[in-house]
Design a protein. Sequence first.
Length: 94
Amino acid sequence: MAADESKLREQQARGERAKNLLADPLLVEAWETLAVNLVQHWKDSKDAEERERAWVAINILERVRAAIALHVQRGKSAAADIVRMTKERESNKE
């Protein structure tokens, strides 16, 4: 297996792990609970600085989710590249 394909397979595996994380019921529940609590804290806060901290926390929470989702997309792309490479290899044998 070529080094490129090895990297692609690793990326594909990481994408699967990321997909499983985003689908994990415990993590989904924790994220939703935290998001709801942070939004409520933001709405209820009387101090502008406290509201700002809550807003920053809400944005960080979404950035983490987006970073994991990016791994899912990269894994899908890697899987497609592996299929393409395999087909090319097989057609070169003929």
